[in-house]
Design a protein. Structure first.
Length: 265
């Protein structure tokens, strides 16, 4: 498993102008300098793990643009753009331009779709959530354009507005998940995949524990989730824990700040 090529965006213009998830409060603004430091530390951790980082330019009119995971989902040389909430729609032309200029075959869907936030590559599968910010009808475009087998899942509340708050792909054979975040049929689906499952408490999941990046060797995750960190180390993984206090004020953690560009077809 490799997650070595990531697209990121500076939080230089990060602020809370609206509330589109339960973690955002316009009365609680981030310290932008501190957010930039957090972001720089994340970039340094990725580079230390051997990952390649590319950047899309930030736009002052797009305060959430640092959460590049919501831009699209990529598989091979193909990408499906997100259909973001209206507040974030101005980001999409930047994402399309970047992907097309880097020779990705870009498609889009008219249905609500939260990009990689709701579509996690897991070996040949695409774990895809609906019910919060993604319309299940968008899955047809994902399956067709990406030639992917979709595993449909449904999260239980707006606390888990994107799948990457509820499930993490540690390796194609290992998933971490919060059972409280998925409905009954989704739990049965996940438990039937034949992967090793690491259960994460709702408290650690609410602290963005599952919003992590793993390449199967090194896991880069937020601090404040000691049980999950210990479980991952017990598997022989290297775990880097980083502060994301300011970035989390927008409802995003480490996974939210990076779009994986090299998911294999």
């Amino acid at each position: 498993m490799t997650h070595q090529r990531l697209l990121m965006c500076s939080p230089r213009y990060f602020r809370i102008d609206y509330e589109i998830n339960p973690y955002m409060h316009v009365g609680v603004q981030p310290d932008v300098d501190a957010a930039i430091t957090e972001h720089e530390n994340i970039v340094e951790a990725h580079l230390a793990a051997g990952r390649k980082i590319e950047f899309v330019d930030a736009d002052p009119s797009c305060p959430d643009m640092t959460y590049t995971a919501n831009a699209a989902v990529v598989r091979g040389n193909r990408a499906v753009l997100a259909t973001l909430p209206p507040e974030r729609a101005p980001e999409t032309p930047h994402h399309r331009a970047w992907l097309e200029s880097h020779e990705f075959e870009v498609a889009s869907t008219r249905y609500a779709f939260s990009g990689q936030g709701d579509a996690l590559a897991c070996g040949p599968l695409l774990l895809a959530a609906h019910g919060q910010r993604t319309d299940i009808r968008a899955f047809r475009t994902l399956a067709r354009h990406l030639d992917a087998e979709i595993v449909p899942l449904r999260t239980t509340s707006s606390r888990w507005y994107d799948l990457d708050l509820a499930v993490a792909v540690i390796a194609p054979s290992v998933l971490a998940y919060n059972p409280r975040a998925l409905d009954g049929p989704s739990l049965r689906t996940l438990r039937g995949l034949g992967t090793e499952l690491i259960e994460v408490s709702p408290a650690e999941a609410a602290a963005f524990a599952l919003n992590l990046i793993s390449d199967g060797r090194t896991v880069t995750m937020t601090s404040g989730a000691p049980r999950l960190a210990a479980d991952l180390r017990s598997l022989g993984l290297t775990v880097t824990e980083l502060d994301t206090t300011e970035l989390r004020k927008g409802g995003g953690g480490i996974r939210c700040t990076a779009l994986t560009l090299d998911n294999p077809a």
